[in-house]
Design a protein. Structure first.
Length: 277
């Protein structure tokens, strides 16, 4: 009897222990469900996040493009130093000679093309930042990468068409040697403008230059480049004082008006993209 009583007590104790564990586990499960319910309610009753507006300095494509431009310009400067420095001397010290294109190597021409392309890319990024400041709605409707490609394409077409125009006018009005000297000078101005644009674009992208500073510094670089062009025009094509007025007219027609057409063309393309997208 005593053994049976002890066995019954043990069984009851075991049952009570299991029931206690079950009740404890159920309580823990209810607590977890209650906590999850509160979490869902807190999430549901929160505020909707505000999307961060587009900024060029957070764009990986622009950062990668600038990094590639830096490496390419470094390689071109280190390996084509003699050719590039010779073009600067020939630009400043005007003298009659054979075309440097005739004596340059294929590697020198590759470096020149790379630097000209870099100038087009940096000019495209400058326009990209300018239109980002004056027309933020454009960036929210059109892919920034597409816009950057369009602006770079505009700059490349601008320089290429002017090169062809200079070749045609030189073929019509001037001798071959003088035309080649001007094309060399024009090339030197283009890729050295790229060197001037590189630090400007870095400040523009990563230090949030204001629109006013963008216009002022960009205008200074452009005006300085045009002054150098006019200086070279006088050295090459100005022989009599009576030709000065004609030279100024030609300069305005070939240098000032194309810049205005380039800007207006970009504005028209932006308007078309806003309508299409």
């Amino acid at each position: 009897m005593i053994g049976g009583t002890i066995g019954v007590q043990r069984t009851d104790t075991l049952l009570l222990f299991k029931q206690g564990r079950f009740v404890s586990a159920k309580a823990d499960s209810d607590s977890l469900q209650l906590a999850a319910t509160h979490a869902v309610q807190e999430v549901g009753s929160g505020f909707e996040g505000i999307p961060i507006p587009y900024s060029p300095r957070t764009d990986d494509a622009i950062s990668l493009t600038l990094l590639v431009c830096f490496f390419l310009s470094s390689i071109a400067l280190s390996r084509g130093k003699k050719f590039l420095s010779q073009q600067v001397k020939d630009f400043v010290l005007h003298r009659e000679r054979a075309s440097i294109f005739d004596s340059s190597t294929a590697a020198d021409m590759r470096y020149l093309l790379v630097l000209v392309l870099q100038t087009c890319v940096l000019a495209g990024i400058t326009f990209f930042n300018y239109f980002h400041d004056i027309s933020p709605a454009l960036m929210s409707h059109v892919s920034p990468l597409l816009l950057l490609g369009i602006y770079v394409g505009f700059c490349l077409a601008y320089f290429l068409l002017k090169w062809l125009l200079y070749m045609f006018l030189g073929w019509v009005f001037f001798d071959k040697n003088r035309t080649n000297m001007w094309l060399e000078s024009y090339s030197a101005l283009i890729y050295y403008a790229g060197f001037a644009l590189f630090p400007f674009v870095l400040f523009l992208v990563y230090f949030d230059l204001s629109l006013t500073n963008l216009i002022i510094i960009g205008s200074i670089i452009l005006i300085f480049a045009k002054i150098l062009m006019f200086y070279k025009w006088i050295k090459l094509f100005f022989h009599q004082f009576s030709e000065l007025f004609l030279l100024i007219v030609y300069f305005c027609a070939l240098e000032i008006i194309p810049c205005l057409l380039l800007y207006q063309g970009m504005i028209q393309v932006n308007n078309i993209l806003l309508i299409k997208f």
